[in-house]
Design a protein around this ligand. Structure first.
Ligand code: IMP
Ligand code: MG
Length: 176
């Protein structure tokens, strides 16, 4: 049996997302921002984040990525399942991720997007799990640093489940 224990409440997440959005709005004021949403995990976070960024010139694009099988360990192998719909050359690009765990996924994506010559390329991640870092990556906008726990909800899944939970939780295996 699995039990879900709340880790970060809806209210706490919402408050932090508003702060991040306001900060990004200030930093990219007068810029034409391309928000690149990394699917699938960050779709819920990104939907709230973009509505908290008050700038007139924003374009949104999606990058589909698969870095896991059904397990909870990063394989380091990143598969692009859906590429951007337009070039990003000379654009100010903000890559939006749900969580930076080992860092392998974001590192791969930064290398890939740099080859397309954006004007600037920065990272916004809701969560960071530094305990498991295998490669250091810059995260210019970070929601929360978390402990070494496998979290679910608010877009994050375990074997494709729990993405629709409105808060962030931790799965606990009840004995028996
Ligand atoms: P990394 O390559 O190890 O940094 O893993 C990044 C990806 O693994 C994230 O975009 C998530 O999709 C997934 N991931 C890592 N940790 C968790 C977790 O605690 N819960 C759910 N997904 C996770
Ligand atoms: Mg995922």
């Amino acid at each position: 049996m699995e039990q879900i224990v709340e880790y970060l409440s809806q209210a706490k997440i919402a408050e932090r997302v508003q702060e991040l959005g306001a900060q990004i709005g200030r930093d990219y004021k007068d810029r034409r921002l391309v928000v690149v949403i990394v699917l699938k995990g960050s779709f819920v976070f990104a939907a709230d984040l973009v509505r908290a960024i008050e700038i007139p010139h924003m374009r949104i694009d999606f990058l589909g990525v698969r870095s896991y099988g059904e397990g909870t360990e990063s394989t380091g192998v990143v598969q692009i399942t859906n590429d951007l719909s337009k070039p990003i050359e000379e654009e100010d690009v903000l890559l939006v991720e749900d969580i930076v765990d080992t860092g392998l996924t974001i590192s791969y994506l930064l290398d890939l997007l740099h080859t397309r010559k954006p004007r600037t390329l920065k990272v916004c991640s809701l969560l960071h799990k530094p305990a498991r870092a295998r490669i250091q990556v810059p995260i210019e906008y970070l929601g929360f640093t978390i402990e070494d726990k496998f979290v679910i909800g608010y877009g994050l899944d375990f074997a494709e489940k729990y993405r629709n939970l409105p808060f962030l939780g931790v799965l606990q295996r009840a004995e028996g």
